[in-house]
Design a protein. Structure first.
Length: 273
C-alpha cells in the first residue's frame, strides 16, 4: 500500500479545498427544507463551488452525473439528485467534493428535514459521535483498523449495522488514495499511521441490518431492510502525531443555529468562520 504523505504546505492547500466543501454544506444547510428538490440543491452547490474558484470533485468522477451525492432515508450513499421534493421527516446524507490548487476536499453531513422520528434522530446523533470516536484513534502509533474498530464498537453498542462494502479513504491530488479506511476492524491491524497522512473518515451506519443493495442505476445504494442510514464525514490530517481537522461542520451549525464545541480538540488553532 502506497501512502502519499503531504507536506505542511500541501495540507494547508487541502484545508482550503476542505473548507470550500464545508462552506458549500453550510449554504445547503440554509436552503435544505421540505418541498425543495435535491436537483435544485445540486445546482446551487455546483454554482457555489465554482464561485469559490474550485471544481466539483464528484461531477464526472467515475461518470457520476452530479456535484452532490444526495442519499435520503434508506439510501446509504451515492444517491443521484432528482426532482423529488424533500418531505417532512426525511433524513438525507449530503456528500460534497471540491477540487482546488490540485487537491480535493470531500466531506458529508446528514440533515434532518422538519420533524424527524426520535429513533432516527438518535441514529444521526450516534453516527456523528462515532465519527469523532474514530478520529480520536487517528494518531501516531495506531493503525487503520484502530479507527474502524472504535467506530464499530461505538455504533454496534447501540444496535446499529456498520456497512462493510463502503469505506473511507486517503485523500489528496486524487479523490481516493490509499489507505482504505473501513468503519469496522480489529485493534492493532492494518497500515501504521504516518505523519502527514490525510484521510477522509466516514461512518456509514444503518439503523437495522448492515447489509446493502446496489441499484440498477449503478450508483444508488440502499439498506437491505429499507430502514434509514446515516453518514458523516470529515477530512483529517496527521500533524505532530495528532488528528487535525481540515473540514468543519461549523458553517452548517451556524446556518442551523446549533452551538457545538465538538471539533475543538482536533484543532491546533481555533477556527474563525
Amino acid at each position: 500500500i502506497m501512502i502519499i504523505v503531504k507536506s505542511r504546505e500541501e495540507i494547508e492547500l487541502m484545508r482550503e479545498s476542505a473548507l470550500i466543501v464545508s462552506k458549500t454544506l453550510g449554504m445547503i444547510a440554509s436552503e435544505i427544507k421540505e418541498g425543495v428538490t435535491t436537483l435544485y440543491l445540486d445546482k446551487l452547490a455546483e454554482e457555489f463551488i465554482r464561485d469559490h474558484g474550485a471544481i466539483p470533485s464528484f461531477l464526472g468522477l467515475y461518470d457520476f452525473p452530479n456535484s452532490l451525492c444526495m442519499s435520503p432515508n434508506s439510501q446509504v450513499v451515492h444517491g443521484i439528485p432528482n426532482n423529488t421534493p424533500l418531505k417532512n421527516g426525511d433524513v438525507i446524507s449530503v456528500d460534497c467534493g471540491a477540487f482546488k490548487n490540485g487537491y480535493h476536499g470531500d466531506h458529508a453531513y446528514s440533515f434532518e428535514i422538519g420533524e424527524v422520528a426520535p429513533e432516527v434522530k438518535k441514529l444521526l446523533k450516534v453516527t456523528k459521535e462515532s465519527l469523532y470516536v474514530g478520529i480520536r484513534e487517528f494518531k501516531a502509533g495506531n493503525r487503520v483498523e484502530d479507527v474502524g474498530n472504535a467506530i464499530q464498537k461505538y455504533t454496534e453498542g447501540h444496535g446499529y449495522g456498520v456497512v462493510r462494502e463502503l469505506v473511507g479513504h486517503g485523500l489528496g491530488q486524487k479523490m481516493h488514495e490509499e489507505p482504505e479506511m473501513p468503519n469496522y476492524g480489529k485493534r492493532g491491524r492494518g497500515k501504521l499511521f504516518v505523519e502527514g497522512m490525510v484521510v477522509a473518515i466516514e461512518p456509514m451506519i444503518n439503523m437495522g441490518t448492515r447489509n446493502i443493495k446496489q441499484h440498477k442505476d449503478g450508483w444508488t445504494i440502499t439498506t437491505a431492510d429499507g430502514k434509514p442510514s446515516a453518514h458523516f464525514e470529515h477530512d483529517v490530517a496527521l500533524i505532530d502525531g495528532k488528528p487535525e481537522l481540515l473540514s468543519t461542520f461549523q458553517y452548517i451549525y451556524k446556518a442551523l443555529g446549533i452551538e457545538s464545541n465538538e471539533e475543538d480538540e482536533f484543532r491546533k488553532v481555533p477556527l474563525v468562520l
